[in-house]
Design a protein around this ligand. Structure first.
Ligand SMILES: [Cu+2]
Length: 146
């Protein structure tokens, strides 16, 4: 707990680098919904379908994606500095994989109301991800680990 408090305190004084999120608690749920999506500008390009669009967490936090609409979705990571114009995801995104952000992940196909595996924010960095089915909607988000 002490370590976590220090990590959070260390992040509090400055504005979040992304400017579109805030320091989140150690266990974070990202809502997955295309129907309630509003496209917002982020440093990585237009984001939609995930709430928040940019999630800021300290190292050690855990992340889980929960599908809150009635369509199938995935949360699937890809290596890039910004959102590619066309989808970087392939069909393997429909299968669940990964346990850490730095190792890459996919939630696999999440039906209505379903949640992903718990992912550990193990290393500082910026992690981009998108939905295999609706990447171009756009359905994309970012996690920034401090
Ligand atoms: Cu989707």
């Amino acid at each position: 707990m002490l370590l976590l408090c220090c990590a959070l305190a260390g992040c509090t004084p400055g504005a979040p680098a992304a400017g579109t999120g805030s320091v989140a608690p150690a266990s974070v749920t990202i809502d997955v919904s295309l129907t309630s999506s509003v496209v917002s500008a982020t440093p990585y390009g237009g984001s939609g379908g995930f709430d928040p669009p940019v999630t800021n967490v300290p190292v050690g936090a855990t992340i889980r994606f929960v599908n809150v609409d009635s369509f199938d979705h995935t949360s699937s990571s890809f290596g890039a500095a910004s959102f590619p114009a066309s989808s970087p995801l392939d069909a393997s995104a429909q299968l669940m994989s990964g346990a850490t952000l730095s190792g890459g992940w996919s939630s696999g196909t999440l039906g209505a109301g379903n949640g992903s595996q718990v992912l550990l924010a193990d290393k500082p960095g910026t992690y981009l991800y998108g939905c295999f089915f609706h990447y171009s909607a756009p359905m994309r988000g970012a996690i920034v680990v401090h």
